[in-house]
Design a protein around this ligand. Structure first.
Ligand code: IMP
Length: 400
């Protein structure tokens, strides 16, 4: 069985916990895109782990983890995370494999990320993790791969070349020295993509999406997106094999959040937004930034469902809305005197006015009001929920 889990909004839908829960039925969890811009908090009950680069496999169940060549690797973050899991569960490190062909995030990328975003007419509000620069340099064919660190003098030449291209002054020897120290500590975990595919292609694999489809570089709210195909479309290239998926599970929150800039039709500003942020603990797992919060947007969901190839849905954080008397859900947009409930592209999404339908609130997820909410959403978007998350812990989930 090959399954993908993708976020259907702007990330932070709670995919980490879902992947951890589902991973119990798979041999290996594969990360195929993004880098340490991702932040997945997994609450095991007795401890919590925030994953940035490590796949969110259930560590207690000894599942394999693979970081594919489509991921960009910040060695500082990776080694810190490995130390963290090592202390919690000593066997966990041995379950990890990392593609030698994955690109390395150099410290100068983070500095350039900040400089470039700050020089734009309208900033994107990146995580400053050097993600865009890593993928840009990969495409420009001047990026450094993990395998390049095997030959330090060649790696130094690469770094010097890169500094020349970007016209910045650096101490290549010092950068290399720091990279090598971290690299050597993970060298035993590296594997060629070819070998990884050989070992894994016949196994049960769970592909862990990062961010959400609305941040996908091709179909998201460009330019306010990340630099990769975080939708399921990125899996083949990020795993470096034309894998055939059996199912694509889309994770959606019962409301919407976004970090960084860009259009957000159902955004709540002021006290209402603050209340939702407080109730949902909506602060970035990577940057700590307060997330922008708003109501569920079915027009965007219909658009995303059409493009992501999703086969079923998983609802998260509906428990956060428990206690609201009425819950507005955006069912259509008004734009230039017309009412629409479907989008062909996201070109004018910054100019729409949401049309809301008010749903009766619920006191608990066992209530008839919540059942009605779920049934109505399914009907509106034409897809069934397979799971509903009922709380933050990994085991707080029901299968439908
Ligand atoms: P970058 O990926 O750091 O270049 O940031 C580009 C945009 O994607 C910014 O709006 C970020 O806030 C957003 N972003 C990147 N990673 C995540 C994530 O894991 N969750 C939510 N937003 C993200």
């Amino acid at each position: 069985m090959k399954t993908a889990v993708v976020g259907l909004q702007w990330g932070d839908e709670g995919k980490g916990k879902i992947v951890t829960y589902l991973s119990r039925n798979y041999d290996c969890v594969v990360r195929y895109s993004g880098g340490s811009n991702a932040g997945h908090t997994v609450d095991y009950g007795d401890f919590k782990i925030v994953h940035h680069l490590l796949p969110s496999a259930d560590l207690k169940k000894q599942k394999m983890m693979y970081i594919g060549p489509g991921v960009v690797v910040d060695l500082d973050v990776l080694t810190e995370e490995i130390e963290q899991i090592d202390q919690l569960l000593p066997h966990a490190r041995s379950l990890l494999r990392i593609s030698r062909q994955a690109h390395v995030v150099l410290p100068i990328y983070k500095m350039l990320d900040e400089k470039i975003d700050g020089s734009r007419l309208s900033a994107i509000g990146t995580t400053r993790r050097g993600i865009g620069l890593s993928y840009a340099n990969r495409a420009l064919r001047c990026g450094l791969r993990l395998q390049d660190l095997e030959n330090p003098s060649r790696a130094k030449n690469f770094i010097e070349e890169l500094a020349g291209i970007w016209q910045i002054k650096i101490d290549a020897q010092e950068i290399l020295h720091e990279l090598l120290a971290k690299y050597e500590s993970i060298q035993d975990l590296l594997i060629d993509s070819t070998n990884a595919v050989r070992n894994l292609k016949d196994k049960d694999l769970l592909f862990e999406g990062t961010q959400g489809v609305l941040l996908d570089v091709d179909v998201g709210t460009y330019p306010y997106v990340t630099s990769t195909n975080c939708s399921s479309t990125g899996i083949q290239s990020g795993f470096a094999y034309p894998v055939k998926l059996d199912q694509i599970l889309g994770v959606m929150k019962a409301y919407t959040t976004r970090v960084g800039e860009g259009p957000f039709p159902t955004e709540l500003t002021g006290e209402e937004g603050e209340k939702l942020r407080r109730l949902g603990g909506e602060y970035g797992a990577t940057t700590g930034r307060p997330r922008r919060c708003g109501w569920l947007d079915l027009v965007l969901l219909r658009y995303v469902l059409e493009l992501s190839g999703c086969t079923s849905l998983i609802l998260t954080k509906a428990d956060i809305l428990s206690g609201y008397e009425k819950i507005p859900v955006c069912v259509a947009y008004k734009i230039r005197g017309r009412v629409i409930d479907k989008l062909d592209n996201l070109e004018f999404v910054d100019q729409v006015e949401p049309v809301y339908e008010l749903f009766d609130g619920w006191k608990s997820l066992q209530s008839v009001e919540f059942e009605r909410f779920v049934a109505k959403i399914e009907k509106e978007i034409g897809m069934r929920f397979s799971h509903i998350s009922t709380g933050p812990r990994v085991d707080e989930i029901i299968e439908i």
